[in-house]
Design a protein around this ligand. Structure first.
Ligand code: DLL
Length: 429
């Protein structure tokens, strides 16, 4: 373990720590963030009403839309000169969701990712290849700082250039790989296709996350790379990767409860649900300085498991994610909302705001097709006009989504309508 005392802390002691840190964070956001002060006042609450974790359900939720409404820095709880890092992930309007960190937050993140990678068996003697994207996305730098904190040798490969990735894995004798599960499969299959025997690699562990993946995919990638594949979870608003991770038991991901309080709620009634029941996971960050979040709605569906883990860690576990309550798609690691396509179509002449996103998995890579209806008034024999519309839609969609989509223009009225919510997505993966 990276920090045995904390990771095996008796639950009663962990609860005391959470109570204290929760009181502290509530006071900090009340004093420093007008958004939280107003929300608490509107709910008839003062800081004196929050004594500990039992009082958590009294506090209002925070939604992604609140982050958007306070874009970019409105939820920061410290002055700008204390913010040392800013990350962001794509949001519903084309504007990203922003997250600000103090030097202390970055230190904690590194420590929690170090705990996470130790769970996956990484030691200071290992070489770790980080093939998550480096940049505004939290995957690359999060895994990088964690591996460095352990004292391992980090190879900051970032994403792409599969042949070079494989060369590095082989030549450097890399022991652990951190990337999305999809990319791990791409690497594994490319190694198999190239006929390189696995005996030439020293890979032992995978730290894979940022998108949903199944037990079938786990077995597939474990076989392809001859490794133990660990699921790692996180979201940029809450911190980034390392909010939770699977230990050697691979039976759910330990949530680092000394820094985050997880709750499961019924997404329809918003009421808390007991552990062991499937629902939406909600996080309160209790140590973050830069941008603390109170009862943040993740829209991720899972189950909390508080039964003891044979590994000895006392922090409870969340099961593999089974989906999301909203319509966000994760395509090649990029968060895509159907409403972004609607925004992209606005202003393009000759198309209707009738569209469908079709996601497929071809050769283990996600592909996106966007079907868009042509305006009924458009003569369909006007080939050059249609080509122009196609190119305009393609450029707008690609730039707003940040990934390439294949555009298919279809006749007016051909996308099925429904009486209730119109399905905007078809996920065929
Ligand atoms: O994906 C952070 C991360 C990077 C996690 C690297 C793990 C590894 P966002 O881009 O903000 O942050 O996307 C967060 O991705 O709400 C989930 O829906 C999904 N997600 C993240 N990890 C997993 C996972 C990063 N292990 C959103 N399984 C979250 C399933 C995941 N879904």
């Amino acid at each position: 373990m990276f920090d045995r005392d904390v990771e095996t802390m008796p639950r009663s002691q962990l609860r005391e720590l959470q109570d204290k840190r929760l009181r502290d964070v509530v006071a900090r956001v009340y004093d420093n963030v007008p958004f939280y002060r107003k929300k608490m006042r509107d709910a008839g609450l003062t800081t004196a009403d929050i004594h500990g974790v039992d009082d958590l359900p009294k506090l209002p939720f925070t939604n992604k839309s609140d982050l958007r409404d306070n874009y970019p820095f409105g939820l920061f709880a410290v002055p700008q000169d204390r913010i040392t890092r800013i990350h962001a992930s794509s949001g519903t309007t084309g504007k990203p969701t922003v997250s600000g960190y103090t030097a202390y937050d970055i230190e904690v993140w590194g420590e929690l990712m170090a705990r996470a990678m130790t769970c996956a068996g990484v030691t200071k003697n290992d070489i770790v290849q980080v093939s998550y994207g480096y940049g505004l996305f939290t995957g690359g730098l999060g895994a990088h700082y964690g591996a460095e904190r352990i004292g391992a040798s980090v190879v900051p490969a970032s994403v792409g250039n599969t042949r070079r990735q494989i060369m590095l894995l082989e030549d450097f004798g890399v022991n652990a790989l951190a990337c999305t599960p999809t990319y791990a499969i791409v690497l594994g299959e490319a190694i198999r296709e190239a006929g390189i025997p696995l005996s030439r690699f020293k890979l032992r562990a995978g730290v894979f996350g940022a998108e949903p993946w199944t037990e079938v995919q786990r077995r597939h990638v474990e076989g392809l790379l001859n490794i133990h594949a660990h699921d790692v979870y996180g979201l940029s608003e809450v911190m980034g990767p390392g909010v939770s991770i699977e230990c050697s038991e691979q039976q759910g991901m330990h949530v680092w409860e000394d820094h985050f309080i997880p709750e499961i709620i019924d997404p329809d009634t918003d009421q808390p649900l007991p552990n062991g029941t499937r629902g939406e996971i909600v996080f309160t960050t209790i140590s973050k300085e830069g941008m603390p979040l109170i009862r943040y709605r993740t829209h991720d569906l899972t189950v909390l498991d508080d039964t003891p883990c044979p590994c000895g860690r006392t922090h409870l576990r969340m099961k593999k994610l089974t989906g999301r309550t909203d319509d966000m798609l994760i395509i090649r690691g990029v968060n895509v909302f159907p409403s972004q396509v609607e925004t992209a179509l606005a202003g393009i002449e000759g198309v209707e705001p009738q569209y469908l996103l079709v996601v497929r998995r071809e050769k283990n890579l996600d592909t996106l097709e966007v079907r868009v209806e042509l305006a009924p008034s458009l003569p369909s024999d006007e080939v050059r006009g249609i080509e122009r519309i196609h190119d305009a839609v393609e450029a707008a969609v690609d730039s707003l989504l940040g990934i390439h989509a294949e555009i298919r223009l279809v006749p007016s009225g051909s996308i099925p309508r429904s009486e209730g919510k119109t399905p905007r997505t078809q996920d065929l993966r």
